[in-house]
Design a protein around this ligand. Structure first.
Ligand code: SF4
Ligand code: SF4
Length: 195
């Protein structure tokens, strides 16, 4: 049975204030953020994104593979303000809206491929925190499928880049700026291939 969902973001900011979740950053998000903020990698790392350590027992459950760093396995995520809200949240609005990360673009939906089939659902807590669900137009299966495919391609590319980094960049793993640069370069290569 096809599930019908109506959704329209009403810009309440709830999903950006969640203290218990971290917005994971992909290689393409680095391009989005650098282009939108017009900053260099050092500034991006010092102000907006950071490494979050991954506890070994949680690694298997991660959608995004862990990145090998000299301090242990980690993932890249958006920084948070002292109250736990996203570094980009100001007056309930996103200061980097057109350059926001993939995870923010897809909220409240999640996608996965099982046995070759793309399926979608709602993120944990979405029904609890998102008043935009049940509002606006019905989200069509076609748009969810198109969006889901784009996201799965991005995640697959990201997995390959992380695998490359983890295998081949043993010395450079001590330099976070170099890692961000590598992700940026690889993302540019994949973007030029897909255009
Ligand atoms: S919780 Fe829902 S309605 Fe509120 S900002 Fe996030 S997506 Fe929009
Ligand atoms: S980047 Fe923007 S949309 Fe994403 S959590 Fe931060 S404020 Fe919200």
């Amino acid at each position: 049975m096809v599930r019908q969902v109506r959704f329209k973001c009403i810009q309440c900011g709830n999903c950006c204030e969640d203290k218990n979740s971290i917005i994971t950053i992909t290689h393409k998000d680095i391009i989005r953020l650098v282009n939108f903020l017009k900053c260099d990698f050092k500034e991006l790392l010092s102000k907006y994104i950071g490494f979050y350590q991954v506890r070994e027992e949680f690694e298997e459950r991660l959608v995004f593979p862990a990145i090998s760093t000299f301090k242990g396995n980690a993932f890249l995520g958006l920084r948070k303000k002292s109250d736990g809200s996203c570094v980009f949240l100001k007056d309930n609005l996103c200061e980097t809206y057109t350059g926001r990360p993939m995870v923010c673009r897809s909220f409240p939906f999640i996608f996965e491929v099982k046995k070759g089939w793309l399926s979608w659902g709602l993120m944990a807590k979405a029904e609890e925190i998102c008043p935009g669900l049940g509002q606006g137009e019905e989200v069509s299966e076609k748009s969810l499928e198109k969006f889901g495919k784009e996201i799965m391609i991005e995640i697959e590319e990201y997995r390959k880049i992380v695998k490359y980094w983890n295998r081949h960049r043993k010395v450079e793993q001590q330099d976070p700026v170099l890692l961000v640069m590598t992700f940026f370069e690889k993302a540019n290569v994949s973007s030029s291939r897909s255009t």
